[in-house]
Design a protein around this ligand. Structure first.
Ligand code: DMJ
Length: 452
């Protein structure tokens, strides 16, 4: 009679032991991979410091730098700063922060792209303010926000593309849903942190101006005129020029508990899954269709579209997210690095460039967070291995002009340090590295903490 409880205890202990051993091995492998990612981040950062310090970005082949405008806006240091902090490079982060505070001035008589400056610089200042508590960064964000605000003063409330940081003059009314709809995480957070409601109101109105111009079947086009509010192009997809418009509808609903953004996301998701989603022989993809008829225009999907599994997972649709990420992984594996555009019927590239983009890794990170499925760690290992194999230089990393031939570009984008390394690092790191539930990432992977 006494043998039974002993046997049960032995079975329980054995099963605890069996489940702990792989857990321990997995934890230690992940820790090694996270450490490898930290080293590769440093390899990229040190090359920037050596050849491009004080400028926007590194040209790793010619070992020089590039500035987007006549005066540097220090894009790489600001984009990289929160990654550095999350990776635990505290001293380096402290000194970069001091450098930025002393040297970054927005009082420049030059036109800048509102969208890029918002996601990279305004987003970077806000997330680094929240991580460090350094009030000077919030003041810089407020200054930048004030300088960008004239962009919304258009006949429709849809922002133009460029704004002069000193004079407030604006220009270029040919814009798209992504540039218009990817502003509210940053402007909304700035509103909450400064108590100035006008930032939130202008950026939310801009996103809703696009949403309100959706077609009767619920889709948006690629190009729109901000002065007339008329669509200039009726091709609909989740790729460049539209992508992060959808991302922000959902994320702003979450970050700000905004019911109007929630409704906009829910109805947009239905339209995307009805007209753009495509069940192909190789799996689930999101293709292109006419925004008015829903008729398929292209069976193309690209590396930027690979953000959509993350958004689906965040919305609660883990099953479609997982299926779509499997398709993305097929696209990645065709040449060992994903291309800009891929025809999912021909299963080959349409535009073969790769610019060190992060989206497929971002989605793997979200899916691992929601499922705990080791499949996403396996994908992450492939991403890391192939990045090192094909894009690593003796100093820094470069993009590829052609994923088949692996011919190099001569640019290391700032988002490579903001996003690509950050998402890979977080994928392999213990969940407490960044409390996923307490933050929302902007489109440049700068985490915003909901403190309101
Ligand atoms: C980043 O600059 C942002 O994520 C943007 O929204 C689109 N994609 C690039 C990186 O691929």
């Amino acid at each position: 009679m006494k043998a039974m409880p002993l046997l049960i205890a032995a079975i329980v202990l054995a099963s605890i032991f069996a489940s702990c051993v792989p857990d321990k091995a997995l934890r230690s492998e992940n820790a090694q991979l996270a450490q490898e990612v930290r080293q590769e981040f440093l390899h990229s950062w040190n090359a920037y410091k050596k050849y491009a310090w004080g400028h926007d970005m590194l040209r790793p082949v010619s070992k020089t730098y590039v500035d987007w405008y006549k005066t540097t806006l220090l894009m790489t240091p600001l984009d990289a700063l929160d990654t550095m902090t999350l990776m635990g490079f505290k001293e380096e982060a402290d000194s970069v922060r001091e450098y930025l505070v002393k040297n970054l001035s927005f009082n420049q008589d030059m036109y800048v792209k509102n969208f890029e400056i918002t996601i990279r610089l305004l987003g970077g200042l806000l997330s680094n303010y929240q991580l460090s508590g350094d009030q000077r960064l919030l003041r810089m964000a407020d200054d930048l926000g004030t300088r960008l605000m004239p962009i919304f003063k258009t006949p429709t409330g849809i922002p133009y593309v460029d704004v002069n940081l000193k004079t407030g003059a604006i220009r270029n009314s040919r814009t798209n849903p992504a540039e218009v709809g990817t502003l509210l995480i940053e402007f909304g957070t700035l509103s909450k942190l400064t108590g100035k409601p006008e930032y939130y109101a202008a950026a939310k109105n801009a996103a809703l101006q696009i949403y309100n111009r959706r077609s009767p079947i619920g889709l948006v086009g690629t190009w729109i005129d901000a002065s007339t509010g008329k669509w200039l192009d009726s091709n609909s997809h989740v790729s460049a020029c539209i992508d992060s418009y959808y991302e922000y509808l959902l994320k702003c609903a979450i970050l700000f508990d905004d019911p109007e953004m929630r409704v906009a996301w829910e109805s947009s998701k239905v339209a995307v899954m009805k007209y753009l989603a495509d069940e192909a022989p190789s799996g689930l993809w999101i293709g292109h269709a006419n925004m008015y008829t829903g008729k398929r225009t292209k069976t193309w999907f690209g590396l930027l579209d690979a953000f959509f599994p993350a958004v689906l997972a965040l919305s609660g649709d883990v099953s479609n997210a997982a299926r779509l990420e499997e398709s993305c992984f097929k696209m990645w594996n065709k040449y060992g690095i994903e291309p800009d555009e891929f025809d999912y019927i021909a299963m080959d590239t349409v535009n073969s460039r790769y610019q060190l983009n992060p989206e497929i890794m971002e989605s793997a990170y979200y899916l691992y967070h929601y499922t705990g499925d080791q499949r996403y760690l396996e994908m992450g290992k492939v991403f890391l291995k192939n990045l090192k194999l094909y894009c690593r230089m003796d100093e820094g990393y470069s993009g590829l002009t052609n994923v088949a031939t692996k011919q190099r570009t001569d640019l290391m984008e700032s988002y490579f340090l903001a996003e690509t390394w950050k998402y890979l690092f977080l994928l392999f790191s213990p969940p407490e590295t960044l409390e996923f539930k307490k933050i929302v990432f902007n489109s440049e992977a700068h985490p915003m903490r909901k403190t309101w």
